[in-house]
Every structure is written in C-alpha cells, then in structure tokens.
Design a protein around this ligand. Sequence first.
Ligand SMILES: [Mn+2]
Length: 356
Amino acid sequence: MIDRISKLLARFDELDLDAVLVSSAYNRRYLSGFTGSSGYLIITKTARYMLTDFRYIEQGKEQCIAYEIIDYYKKGLLDTIEDILLKESISSIGFEDSKLTVKEFEQLITKFESIKWIEMNNMIEEIRMIKDDSEIELIAHAASIGDAAFSHIIDYIKPGMTEIEVAIELEYYMKKNGASKLSFDSIVASGKRSSLPHAMPTNKVIEHGDFVTLDFGCIYKGYCSDMTRTIVIGEASDKQKEIYALVLKAQLNACNHIKAGIIGKVGDGYARDIIDKAGYRINFGHGLGHGLGLEVHEKPRLSLLSEDLIKENMIMSIEPGIYIPGFGGVRIEDLVLITKDGIRNFCTSPKELIRT
Ligand SMILES: [Mn+2]
C-alpha cells in the first residue's frame, strides 16, 4: 500500500494538492486494502485517515495498517472531515470529480468555503493502469480459474441444453474453484444469437451446428479476469470455418505485435486491418481491448480512436470479433500482461476452433 500511496504523493505537485479525498470503492481499496462497502480516505503528504462507520472499525484496523481509522458516525461526516482538514492545515484538496455525486460535491464546497477543491481528473485511475507484482499474480490466478472453467464447460456442454444451464454451470464451477464473484454477467450466446456481442443467456436450446460464444470472468481477491471463446457444436460449416479463421488470424496478429510503447489505435489496427481487408469492416464494431484490474473495464483502451500510450505492466484484453446478423458471430479474447518486448498471455485455453 505504501508504494501505491507514494505514487499518488509523487503527483500532488502537478495539481498543487495538500491532500486528497477518496470516496469511491475501487480507488479506496487500491490505496488502503479496505474491502468494506463504505469509507473515505483522506491522504495528506504526511498523514493518512480512513473514515468509516461502526460496522467496519475492526475490519478497517486489520486491513488498513497504514491508516488511522476514525468512526465518522460519532460526529457526522462533514464535521469529521473538518477536524482533519484543520489539524493538517489543508488549504487545497483533490476530489474524484468523476465519482462524487453533485449533491456530495455541493455539501463539501458549501461546508468548506475557504478550501480549494481540485478535480483529480482520474489521477488514481491512471496510477492503477500500471499493475504491481501482487496485482499481476492475483489477475493471473483469476485468469487460471477462467481457463479451468472453460476446459470443464467444453466437456459439459451438449446439444439440448439451454444457454442459461451452461452459464450457471460456468459460474458454479468458478465459484467452487476459488472465485468470490463473477467479474460481470456471463455471456453464453448460441446459434444466430452469437451475433449479439453482449447477449445475455436465455432459455434458447443449444443445437447441433450452433456457434456458442462464451464470454466470462471471475473475481479472485478483488481482481478480475475476462476471457472469450467461441466453439461449434458438432461440425462447422464452411462459412463458420472462414469467419472463425479470420478472427483467429486477427487475434494472433494482435498478440504477436502488441507491446509497450505503442498507441492504443495502433494496437487496435493489428487486428482490425486484417478484418477490414477481408471485407468485414462493419462487422467488428467494438474496440480491440481494454485495461482490467480491480474493475473489469479500466483504462487504457485499444480502439480505433484511442490515443492511450500502452506501457509495460498494463493488463489488457485482446478481443476481436466478427458479428453477422442472422448468421452468428465469433469473438476470441485473451487477457495479457504488456511487456517491453510483447505480451505475457494469462489465458492458456486453446484457440483453434473446438468442436464438441
Ligand atoms: Mn473483455
């Protein structure tokens, strides 16, 4: 935690900050280790406070060793903040402008008129883009639960099952194998429904000849995984083979070329150009990938317009797809660590077309 706090302190001068107020759950957890549902951090150049309520005092003391824990219910939140700001002689404080509600912000600026409230502009989210060793290890483990779940599900899935039955089995397997929750609602889309990039599982029965796209992930000790595979039930048609081979070619080309130092739109192009040249430009309408960590979608992005600089120790998805209404779709998604020379792929599941 101290390393993460140091990274934040190193950026205080950019915005002329004396302190920051952190109110959002993911940033709070990142900077303190606190897993509870309610709490505020106040971090100054020399002191750290975690404000929470009675339910979390004991837990806070265990998890947030670097912080002084204060029960703000005793005096009320605003008066508790006031005590700290006075004690620490704070005259300017950064806040999470993309997280605080308008009402919360108005209460703060009304109560503390003499203090300068400064928008942090996702400063903490930017620090979170670069993963430290412990985060890399947890995400790798979350991804390994996903790989194991996929290998289980390709033995389990049979024609006649519904999409919902398959999704439940996936989710049960991940939770039974160490996941605390899902990182998002699992996608199981079969047959023509596989042309819907974010289809929710339904009672549709999986049939012989269907493409089935499985996009799923879990949370392990707070960190997400995310992977996608498309399989075919029984024999693939020539058209299915063609589309699948094209998405795979694009995905492999991106995996082979993405490395630290490129710009997001260049990374996106490694996959998109191949799909465009084959005539499927309009069938790949989403970005190639996104950052991932405590949240399943984080900065940076690999997309058509992304100017984000891709750096070492970012963790990103690489997930091209082709979606053809009335026919179906294919997406192949791996989760990778960006390295100086390329990537380290956390997903070990096979990528050639699996027929079950
Ligand atoms: Mn994804």
